[in-house]
Design a binder for this molecule. Structure first.
Ligand code: GLN
Length: 528
């Protein structure tokens, strides 16, 4: 039997619903239950693949090639689950599916309406995991009161009615602190819960986001004003790290409160040993190591998975990775030494389009010549390849076809199957593909195996015409896709650490299983 937990947010956005959903998932897993976490985004885009990272932060890619919200990254990092396209849904996809059914004649004779057709489609999607997991946690993006989220809330209302004791609602709100009055205010929470009640949903559990500790009296007040049991009012105080949140929730008994709501015997609180061991390492890591993140989006969320992967790898290597964002648009031949001074290594970021690429190439040139550890991911790998062509192979006009459609030295070329694509959405080479590693290479050593599978998101590729040139000059093609012969990894063996991957290893780094490439990169730069 599958049980459902609906997570909504009120008062303001950015409260960390994704972290709370992931924490609930983690705590239930620790009790031996199987879980999955699903995100509904109320915007009309089919997926966030075409969104600018400034709008939406990083685009996270599932193993089966769906471009999704970055919260799915949290779900995977916290719980180790592997998400798929069913774990991410947008208003756009819901409507698309309903409209396709209408054209096919599935509803012949009927007027298609938000209720029941759109809401039924949402309900079917939530139920798509029925029987597969013990718990399905469904997070609704946006904030209560948004026009866009109304159909999702109506679907939840209906499901709770239909499922009875097998569905609960967790509502996350904000308790602001007013400095002048030196008081924490619960009124916005009361209003938010009223709004939920007005839509026919009584929250079972309230998670109060707060910068200051809430007294039991305050929790009691919220409980009685909002019709929620006192043990079901928990607080989510600011923590030094998001990974402390599950244990903070466990300490307050959130998981037992949830189980009791479902009428499930609670039993002993699990020790969560590996997680707590990780937290111990995190708390004790003192030595700081600076890494330069060479990219063009000066926004925390734009490279979320990369930042977290570096951070996690640092913790397991006993260091605190301090990330210096270095805007590649500002890097020139004249200032590169100054820009990179103090960093022990650089990570050249993924990306699209011309803006900021020359700075990435200059940075990769500098780190290659000064033997500073360098990790290029996707576009970053392509920039490493272009730099090598320009400065070692002597092709001054080397470039990617993405940036220059005329250069005779297109060392990065458009993939054959991408040539006739006119639709922008969801048409890149997406998701997991296998890759064979050359035995004896650095990467084979790092992975400890020669057959791997990693996730992709790109249209351009290493141009195999130049492969021999590269290998002769010292850049080795050490990871190859067995079906297409596509170069997936390059490395310069004679350097301390100079590796580029066409795929995105950051998507599969988790708290309990940090990615080997990030682990090894940080190990190298953490050396004295
Ligand atoms: N723009 C490049 C391509 O499409 C790289 C994409 C990326 O970095 N994700 O191939």
């Amino acid at each position: 039997m599958t049980r459902y937990i609906f997570v909504t947010g009120g008062v303001v956005s950015s409260l960390g619903k994704g972290i709370i959903s992931s924490s609930i998932g983690k705590l239930l897993q620790a009790r031996g239950y199987s879980i999955t976490i699903q995100k509904f985004d109320p915007y009309i885009n089919i997926d966030p693949g075409t969104l600018n990272p400034y709008e939406h932060g990083e685009c996270y890619v599932t193993v089966d090639g769906m471009e999704t919200d970055l919260d799915l990254g949290h779900y995977e990092r916290f719980t180790g689950i592997r998400t798929t396209r069913n774990n991410s849904m947008t208003t756009g996809r819901i409507y698309q599916s309903v409209i396709e059914k209408e054209r096919r004649g599935d509803y012949l004779g009927k007027t298609i309406q938000v209720v029941p057709h759109i809401t039924d489609e949402i309900k079917n999607n939530i139920r798509s995991f029925e029987g597969t997991f013990d718990f399905v946690i469904t997070e609704i993006g946006g904030t209560i009161g948004d026009i866009e989220s109304a159909p999702f809330l109506e679907a939840i209302r209906q499901l709770r009615w239909e499922m009875g004791k097998n569905a609960i609602s967790v509502h996350l709100t904000y308790v602001p602190y007013l400095k002048a009055a030196d008081e924490l205010k619960t009124k916005p929470t009361q209003h938010s819960v009223k709004e939920m009640q007005g839509m026919g949903i009584q929250p079972d559990v309230l998670v109060l986001r707060t910068e200051k500790h809430l007294s039991d009296g305050m929790r009691q007040k919220v409980a009685s004003f909002c019709n929620v049991d006192l043990e079901c009012v928990v607080q989510s105080e600011d923590m030094p790290s998001i990974y402390e949140v599950p244990v903070s929730m466990q300490r307050q008994g959130l998981d037992s409160a949830i189980l009791r709501k479902f009428g499930i015997p609670v039993g002993e609180t699990p020790a969560m040993l590996p997680w707590n061991r990780f937290l111990e390492l995190q708390r004790s890591a003192k030595k700081e190591v600076r890494v330069g993140l060479v990219g063009k989006y000066d926004l925390q969320d734009a490279y979320k998975s990369i930042r977290e992967s570096l951070n996690l790898a640092g913790i397991y290597n006993g260091v605190k990775v301090k990330i210096d964002f270095i805007n590649s648009e500002d890097i020139t031949e004249d200032n590169v030494a100054e820009k990179l001074s103090g960093v022990k290594g650089i990570l050249v970021c993924p990306g699209f389009g011309q803006r900021g690429i020359e700075g990435k190439i200059i940075a990769a040139h500098y780190t290659r010549e000064h033997d500073i550890p360098t990790f290029g991911i996707c576009l970053g790998m392509q920039m490493i390849v272009i730099e090598f062509a320009r400065n070692v192979l002597g092709y001054k006009d080397a470039n990617s076809r993405e940036m220059d459609d005329k250069t005779p030295h297109n060392v990065i070329d458009i993939m054959e199957e991408q040539k006739n694509i006119t639709n922008m959405g969801g048409t890149m080479r997406l998701g997991a593909y296998s890759c064979n590693l050359k035995s004896g290479s650095r990467v084979a050593d790092i992975y400890g195996e020669t057959e791997i599978s990693e996730r992709h998101r790109h249209r351009y590729e290493f141009n195999n015409t130049y492969k021999e040139d590269y290998e002769k000059a010292g850049m080795a093609c050490v990871g190859i896709n067995p079906e297409s012969d596509l170069v997936e990894i390059v490395e310069i063996p004679e350097k301390k650490w100079y590796i580029g991957t066409q795929f995105h290893p950051e998507y599969s780094s988790t708290v309990l299983h940090p990615h080997p490439l990030f682990m090894d990169f940080v190990k190298e730069i953490a050396k004295d």
